[in-house]
Design a protein around this ligand. Structure first.
Ligand SMILES: Nc1ncnc2c1ncn2[C@@H]1O[C@H](COP(=O)(O)OP(=O)(O)O)[C@@H](O)[C@H]1O
Ligand SMILES: [Mg+2]
Length: 356
């Protein structure tokens, strides 16, 4: 019997392109090669899809792209990936299942998921609803509120509202420091922490460079706790971990360039706190329509111990030192078993959707 062909998508037209290449490398290494053949498809920063057949080691540092382009130029009939039936080989001809290891916009937000659903290929992780709702911080917050989950007070706005009126409202409703965030990014790109009202308008304008939709959020002096969930209807929850950033907040640098940021698994919290976090994580996951897997992030107020949900990452970091795999490894699963479960949940969702 021939093996199931899994296409791993990496890169992407997103500020998290580089992180995705590192995550994808770990996923590729973990996929059970006895059971699956792996097809690697890189998406460039311009959004071009390139079939890549070179060494896996060249994905993370970026050298893959020149090779994929050369192969494509030499043999377009083999290396072009046709998405909706124009030119090249169609995605459906070259794989049976897709594992999008893409972070941020154009990959973790319902776009790629919609395409895969449209062409009827089973894939890993949440579908259109789960990725689109969790990628947009405003939509996610409204769903969290509706599900009765506690979160930091916030004001949602659009870029055209930036001016004295919204400033007056934010200054009245929220206590500084604030976090100003574009609704639709990730990896802390476009986020600023501000201490005083005079910094508000510039921070809003900065966030507006990344998205039309913006959130102003009350800052919490908090510990950052994260938990992971897997499953479709019945859910598995993981250990709870803690991020100890070596910076004022967990910004892009602290996340990816600063080795001083520490992760603690399990977090040093009480069982009651861990249970509350795990329950809230499952509630949020279901409310947002997530499937397959996700990481759910919380802030725990250092003085009161109150727990607030921060966000869900529908395609969390998957590098060897990322929280998502570590949280499930702490429950006794191996990296390969985690990836296998995610693949099986992808098939399960696909089959259920196609029976209805
Ligand atoms: N309300 C808040 N209070 C305190 N810290 C926050 C708050 N919101 C965000 N942060 C800090 O900023 C980081 C990035 O914010 P987050 O909403 O998680 O965006 P991203 O989607 O980019 O990860 C968090 O990990 C945390 O360190
Ligand atoms: Mg985050």
């Amino acid at each position: 019997m021939s093996k199931t062909r899994i296409a791993v998508l990496f890169g992407g037209k997103s500020g998290e392109h580089e992180v995705s290449r590192v995550s994808a490398t770990s996923v590729i290494k973990a996929i059970d090669k006895e059971k699956y053949d792996i097809i690697t498809i890189g998406i460039t920063k311009d959004g071009e899809w390139l079939l890549y057949e070179g060494p896996i080691e060249d994905i993370a540092p970026g050298a893959w792209e020149a090779k994929a382009r050369k192969d494509l130029a030499d043999d377009p009939a083999h290396f072009a990936v046709a998405l909706l039936g124009t030119g090249g080989k169609s995605l459906k001809d070259i794989c049976d299942f897709v594992f999008p290891v893409l972070h941020g916009p154009n990959g973790e937000d319902g776009t790629v998921q919609g395409l895969l659903k449209l062409i009827s290929i089973p894939f890993a992780g949440s579908g259109v609803v789960g990725t689109a709702t969790t990628m947009d911080k405003i939509v996610a917050k409204e769903i969290f509120a509706d599900a009765g989950l506690k979160q930091a007070p916030y004001v949602a706005l659009t870029a055209d509202q930036i001016g004295p009126e919204i400033k007056a409202r934010i200054d009245k409703e929220l206590k500084y420091p604030l976090f100003i965030k574009p609704a639709n990014m990730g990896s802390s790109v476009g986020i600023t922490r501000i201490e005083s009202p005079d910094q508000l308008i510039p921070a809003l304008k900065f966030a507006a460079k990344y998205d039309f939709r913006i959130v102003a959020e009350q800052g919490i002096d908090a510990r950052e706790l994260e938990t992971a969930v897997m499953g479709n209807e019945e859910l598995l929850s993981s250990a709870v971990g803690e991020i100890v950033p070596d910076a004022v907040f967990y910004d892009y640098d602290a996340k990816y360039n600063n080795s001083q940021s520490k992760t603690l698994v399990p977090a040093n919290i009480t069982k009651a706190q861990a249970d509350e976090i795990r329950e809230s994580a499952k509630t949020a996951y279901k409310a947002c329509g997530c499937c397959g897997f996700a990481r759910v992030d919380f802030l725990m107020d250092k003085s009161t111990g109150d727990i607030y949900i921060n966000e869900i990452n529908a395609i969390p970091g998957f590098t060897s030192i990322s929280m998502f795999p570590m949280l499930f490894m702490a429950t006794g699963l191996t990296y390969t078993q985690i990836v296998e479960k995610i693949i099986q949940y992808g098939y399960e969702r696909y089959n259920t959707e196609n029976q209805r």
